[in-house]
Design a protein around this ligand. Structure first.
Ligand code: GUN
Ligand code: ZN
Length: 453
């Protein structure tokens, strides 16, 4: 998975940046935030050939730099692992902020008409480019993404992400009922073949990872869910993504299609079709029972918490406390779920996650919020050995946050008396203006203050 394709940008031999380094060495939901956090006040991060080779004290590391390497100084700025989003739909970029509906109507009225346009590569390509550029501008270096049902929509996204050198996870949406006929796969066998061809074409090209993507149980027959399970099993290294338990009416509809017995609940529908396990990421998970949380834990499955979407679509309030329960911990990341979500920014997403936590009696500090947006998502996607950390050996995707990005943020952060408080204010008040720079594989991929060319 470390092959770099020919149209990916060249890797700079050595990059060195100086600033306040932040990453995580442990899980702040299971240990104290102080134990979990690594903070180097005057730090140096050294990257070679796309990977981090050293991260630590500037004074100690500067002498190890090869001759001729210029250190880029971001003093007073905060250097973090690139943010990792575990759920988004690039094909919904143009229907963000569509008014007034809950999930079932919103899908029919806005989502399906828009996604049906992605059979046309000329329509898909610029939106894929916009999506990748907006991720970089928001400080998101990896996202787990749904395309449309059309293979062309997958080609368009991977062409753009590979061209930018990004580690992107994506797949073709699978569905064979309860959506407009033109968008349905003609059969589970055809859906398998189309997906297998896309896996051959894209999985492992550059840093691309393919995700088998049954949309959700409501739009898939039992045979289609089985085909998805088979596809995932037959292609080791691919991931799996779907939606679960987002909206109360959706849950009722799924229970009618997959009744009890033999299905105990929504998660059991997926489990009985071979869709639970390490590398499976379930989006939303707002209304899960304790039994369902336990099965997610026991199978090593992950969850994407999408607070801006759950609020915008009136879906409900996620229960983080259940997800991170000691002895039953489920890997949880953050997802924008654009376009159910209202912003691609994982800083704004973290801010809403805090507020949902507050409403559920589970407020989260700055360490927890940034953990969710980096290691949390990476772990849910089983990519935490590659991304989400500044630890040497990880890929050199990182961001530079500016605590003085706006006068108000400056006024707040200049009074922050702990690193946790600084991180909390960045998470709660931050947005794309806060992201001064985004590096992909050690190469500057976005700078907020760069002049347009
Ligand atoms: N459930 C099935 N499809 C979708 C989708 O596109 N967005 C959201 N938020 N939920 C879904
Ligand atoms: Zn979604």
């Amino acid at each position: 998975m470390r092959s770099w394709s020919s149209n990916a940008p060249d890797l700079p031999p050595t990059t060195a940046v100086r600033g306040r380094l932040v990453w995580f060495r442990d899980d702040p939901f299971l240990t104290s935030s102080d134990n979990a956090l690594v903070y180097v006040d005057d730090g140096l991060l050294i990257c070679r050939d796309g990977e981090i080779v050293a991260a630590g004290d500037y004074g100690q590391l500067v002498a190890t730099l090869p001759p001729g390497v210029t250190v880029v100084s971001y003093r007073d700025k905060v250097i973090l692992p690139g943010l990792v989003g575990s759920h988004a739909h690039y094909v919904q970029m143009r229907i963000i902020a569509s008014y007034g509906e809950q999930l079932p109507e919103w899908l029919q009225d806005y989502v399906y008409p828009e996604e049906s346009r992605f059979v046309d590569p000329a329509y898909a390509r610029p939106i894929a480019a916009l999506f990748c550029d907006e991720l970089l501008r928001s400080g998101t270096t990896t996202a787990m993404v749904y395309c449309a049902p059309s293979p062309e929509s997958v080609d368009a996204l991977f062409e753009e992400s590979v061209g930018r050198g990004m580690r992107l996870v994506a797949g073709k949406v699978l569905m064979d009922r309860n959506a407009p006929p033109a968008m349905l796969d003609s059969s589970p066998e055809q859906a398998y073949e189309d997906s297998a061809n896309l896996i051959k074409r894209w999985h492992g090209v550059g840093r691309s990872v393919y995700a088998v993507t049954p949309r959700f149980a409501y739009t898939c027959t039992s045979r289609m869910l089985s085909a998805a399970g088979e596809l995932w099993r037959d292609h080791p290294g691919t991931l799996l993504q779907t939606h679960v338990s987002e909206n109360v009416r959706e849950i009722q509809q799924v229970a009618e299609l997959f009744p009890r017995p033999p299905y105990r609940d929504y998660i059991d529908v997926y489990e009985q079709h071979g869709l639970l396990g390490p590398g499976a990421v379930f989006a939303h998970a707002v209304h899960l029972s304790k039994r369902e949380w336990r099965r997610l834990h026991e199978t090593g499955s992950g969850v994407s918490h999408c607070p801006t979407s759950n609020l915008f679509l009136g879906s409900g309030l996620f229960r983080m406390k259940r997800a991170v329960k000691s002895g039953r911990r489920v890997p949880v990341g953050l997802g924008s779920d654009v376009a159910g979500g209202t912003s691609l920014s994982l800083l704004q997403t973290a801010s809403e996650a805090y507020k949902v936590g507050a409403l559920r009696g589970f407020p989260m500090d700055g360490v927890k919020l940034f953990y969710l947006a980096t290691v949390g998502s990476a772990t849910a996607m089983r990519l935490d050995h590659l991304i989400g950390s500044l630890e040497p050996g990880h890929e050199a995707d990182f961001i530079v946050l500016d605590p003085a990005a706006t006068p108000q943020l400056d006024a707040r952060t200049s009074g922050a008396d702990t690193v946790d408080d600084l991180l909390f204010s960045l998470a709660v008040m931050g947005d794309d203006r806060t992201v001064l720079a985004t590096y992909i594989a050690g190469r500057l991929a976005h700078h907020r203050d760069a002049r347009p060319t």
